[in-house]
Design a protein around this ligand. Structure first.
Ligand code: XIL
Length: 361
């Protein structure tokens, strides 16, 4: 019963916040009686702002379009967002030189209406490529021209609205070598430097990131990412920061101290860092469900604390915010609960752990 009331009132607030269609007389009483956001007393975004970081989530376009509660929680709790799939190559250039920015534009508009930053994700990845790229046979020069045009067009389209870009995503393999991909095979390793220069040319103000997973703490892959970006800095490539994805699980996650040490060595290169895609898999946790949620909460606390401990850490972004919309159950083909809100948009222990970490000085 309580939840139903909460959902309805949230809907009213959402419509009002969007300059919605509730009409002059509609539901005025309800919207006046609700003065708090859906989860904590103070929205996470306000707590984060006091600590000089951004807090955010990846956005599922369909959920944003279809679920008022999704949009309401997103807009009230977070001040930065990442389109989960709609800025990727297959979504934005489905046919050669045919660009589609309609879904991504809608997400950017939502961000603007709610005073949120946008992380553009992602310009160059081995995945999410349209078939005309994966099935094509291109010479090196042709592929360079294609990639340049793709990057210049997308970054230019968002020149006034997106100033953070994951330029290159997941270019390092798990063993620390350069990942094999069409870009690496046809263009060669310097596709990475090229991509950053073109993004910079299209928007010199943009903050350009290299983004990857499993390099958050210390180890072979983290060393490889460190060496990659160190080389880029030495060559004068316009890289601004490193995105640490932070797809972790209750069974495996980097310690606060290792993440701090890694962030600090990146900062010593003159780079910023952001946690860009955090979620916590719980499906392999042998503990009962309630304990799993506590384990998950403790990991959110640990990684948020790492970000707060390092001045160069600018943002803490999760790969979604509600268990109703997470890529993990699809990707692993197994039920899971990796995010700080449950499937009914109610805050979980992980939410309160983030809140607590943000309040701790
Ligand atoms: C994932 C999306 O969440 C899925 O919906 C999609 O099917 C595949 O891509 N690292 C990244 C993200 O950088 O772009 C990925 O997003 C998750 C892993």
């Amino acid at each position: 019963m309580k939840r139903t009331v909460c959902l309805c009132l949230s809907l009213v607030l959402f419509l009002a916040a969007c300059g919605g269609t509730t009409g002059p007389n509609a539901t005025r009483t309800e919207s006046r009686t609700v003065s708090t956001p859906p989860a904590g007393i103070t929205p996470l975004r306000d707590l984060a702002q006091k600590r000089a970081i951004f807090i955010g989530a990846a956005v599922d376009y369909d959920a944003l379009q279809n679920e008022p509660q999704y949009a309401y929680v997103l807009g009230s709790e977070f001040n930065i967002l990442t389109p989960e799939n709609m800025m990727k190559f297959d979504a934005t250039e489905p046919e050669p030189n045919v660009f589609n920015f309609v879904p991504a534009d809608a997400i950017v508009k939502f961000a603007q209406q709610h005073h949120m930053r946008v992380r553009g994700h992602t310009l160059v990845w081995y995945n999410a490529l349209p078939t005309w790229i994966t099935n094509g046979t291109f010479s090196r020069d042709q592929l360079i021209a294609i990639l340049k045009q793709h990057i210049m067009t997308e970054v230019s389209h968002y020149r006034s609205s997106v100033n953070i870009w994951d330029v290159v995503n997941e270019a390092v393999a798990d063993d620390g070598t350069l990942r094999q991909s069409i870009w690496e095979r046809v263009i060669g390793p310097n596709y990475i430097d090229m991509a950053f220069s073109w993004a910079h040319e299209a928007n010199p103000q943009a903050h350009l990131f290299y983004n990857d997973y499993a390099g958050e703490g210390l180890g072979t892959k983290s060393d490889a990412i460190y060496n990659l970006v160190k080389g880029m800095r030495q060559r004068g490539v316009p890289i601004y920061g490193v995105g640490l994805q932070m797809h972790v699980s209750t069974q495996y996650y980097p310690s606060t101290q290792d993440v701090i040490t890694n962030m600090q060595r990146l900062a010593a290169l003159g780079l910023k860092v952001q946690i860009t895609e955090m979620d916590v898999k719980t499906q392999d946790d042998p503990n009962p469900p309630a304990q799993r949620l506590q384990d998950e909460a403790q990991i959110y606390h640990a990684e948020m604390s790492a970000c707060l401990a390092v001045t160069a850490c600018e943002a803490f972004v999760m790969w979604g915010f509600t268990d109703a919309h997470s890529w993990i159950p699809i990707f692993t083909n197994h039920a899971d609960a990796p995010l700080p809100f449950d499937t009914n948009y109610q805050p979980k222990p992980a939410f309160f752990a983030l809140e607590q970490a943000l309040k701790e000085q």
